[in-house]
Design a protein around this ligand. Sequence first.
Ligand code: CUA
Length: 337
Amino acid sequence: MKRLASTGFGTACVLFLQGCSGWQSALDPKGPAASELAWLIWFFTALCAVIWVLVMIALATPLMMRSRDGAEPLVLDAGADHRKLRVVVIAVGLTAVIVVGLTLLSFFANRTLAAIGSDAALTIRVTGHQWWWEVRYEDATPSRILTTANEIHIPAGEPVRLLLTSTDVIHSFWVPSLSGKLDLIPGHINVLDIKADKPGVYRGQCAEFCGAQHANMGTFIIAEPKEKFDAWWNDQLQPSGPPASDEAKAGEDLFLKRPCVMCHRIGGTPAGGTIAPDLTHIASRRTLAAGTLTMSRGNIAAWIADPQGVKPGSHMPVVELNGDELNAMVAYLEGLK
Ligand code: CUA
């Protein structure tokens, strides 16, 4: 029984600690901003834990002590009162010093965060929508401006400036492994500088309740070596190629004749909608519907056939298609690499 309990405790500890690592954890920092914040979290937690223990001891000690034999509670003891007053004054003084100290630490951490992106060469505008992320890579050359969705590729080891805004309600951008969270506010731009120390994939999540599918508003930061990032950008700037098969060609025709074109853009075709994710290279992304489904032929079909079943409340409407039409549409979309 004892062994069972200790095994259970061990398992619970492992599961608990696993929550502290991985691709979406503020306690497993992968960039300078997150490291600064993680340090601050641990310091605040440790100091507050020590203070909590001291307060508990101070509360428990008098309760445990028995009153002195024969002491009369109503008799005043000037000496004891003076000692108690001194303890209270020291405790208030220490509290003030600790609070001011923590405030200063937090202030200097903020300064460190602000300095991270001061020389950022890359600016990405991230716009929140219910419930997906529009990602636009800014460039002085208009033909190099790139719009994509939900995945944010960045060069590893370089600071990147994110301009955060929203078209509908307030969202909050949070990639815990790389930075703190910051709101996306309609009609306003917030600046968040991030940097990933090493190549890797880091998951982010909308951190401000924004409606029915707030929980399914995920994003991914994909940090790559600079050459790989540049190659990715150049690839993404290319329009979609011609459909690879007759079935895919039929899918493209359907896409262009059905309401899909009202909302989505596919570069190289007349589809130019801008209120839903750009699909020019949708099959190159890892997920569908902002992290709701992994990218696969079956999931593309599921998302088109029953968007309200996959993501209830989402603005993706049902487009009536028969089986052959659905297969054609999927064949077309899965070729958009
Ligand atoms: Cu967007 Cu929560």
